[in-house]
Ligand binder design. Sequence first.
Ligand code: FES
Length: 239
Amino acid sequence: MTTDRATFTLDGHDVPFREGQSVLDAALAAGLFIPFLCHKPGYEAHGSCRVCMVRVGGKWQTSCTTPAAAGLDVESNTEDLVAMRRDLVQFLFAEGNHFCPSCEASGSCTLQAVGYELGVTTPHYPPFWPTRPLDASHPEVILDLNRCILCELCVRASANVDGKSVFALSGRGPTKHLVVSAESGRLGDTSFSADDAAAHVCPVGVFLPRGQGFRTPLGARKFDVEPLRIAALRRAEGT
Ligand code: FES
C-alpha cells in the first residue's frame, strides 16, 4: 500500500492511520481483519469483550482501545492470540443461553459470526445455566437476559443516543448482569421504545420484537448475506 500517512505494522503489513484512530479501526480500514464483539462504529470503544486483543510491542492490549501510533509493531494472527479469542468466545457460549438453532438472532448474531470466524462450531465448556428471567412487560419488545454478553452497547445507546439511560450493568464478576433502570426492574415501566437505538444495537438476541418472530428467513439474515469479516471490512473501507 502506498501512502504518505504515518504507519504501524500489523502482522508484517504496513497500516496507515489517521490521528485518533484505534489500531482496530485503522486495521479494518486497511483491509486487515481483527475479530471484535463489543466494538461498534459510532460508539466509543469499550474494551470489555477482549476478543480484539493483539500484541503490541510484546504486550497484550485490546486493539479497539489502543490508539494507532507510528512505528507500533502489532501482532494479531498468531497461534496464541487466536486460541485466546476462541477461548473467550467459548466461555461466552457456556455462560449464557446461546442455542443458535432455536434463537431468533441466529444468522444476525455477532457472537455466532465471531464463533464461525474462529472455528467455534461445537460447545466446549459445560454450560453455566444462569437463571435470568425473561422480561415480557413491554408491549413492543421482550428482553431475553439469558443471552446478554455484557457488551453494554444497549447501555451506551440508551444513555448517549436515546438520552434515556434505561439500562445499566449491576454486580461484579460472575454475578454481573444487565438491569433495567426502573424501580420495578421491568422494561414496561420505563420510557423505552422499539424505535430507540438501544432496541437495535444488541449484537446477540436479547431484544426480541413482539409479534414478529423469525421474520427474516434462513439464508437472508445479516451474516448469511455478508459474513462478518467481509461486512466489517466493507464498512471500514476508506474511513
Ligand atoms: Fe475490543 Fe471488545 S472489541 S474489547
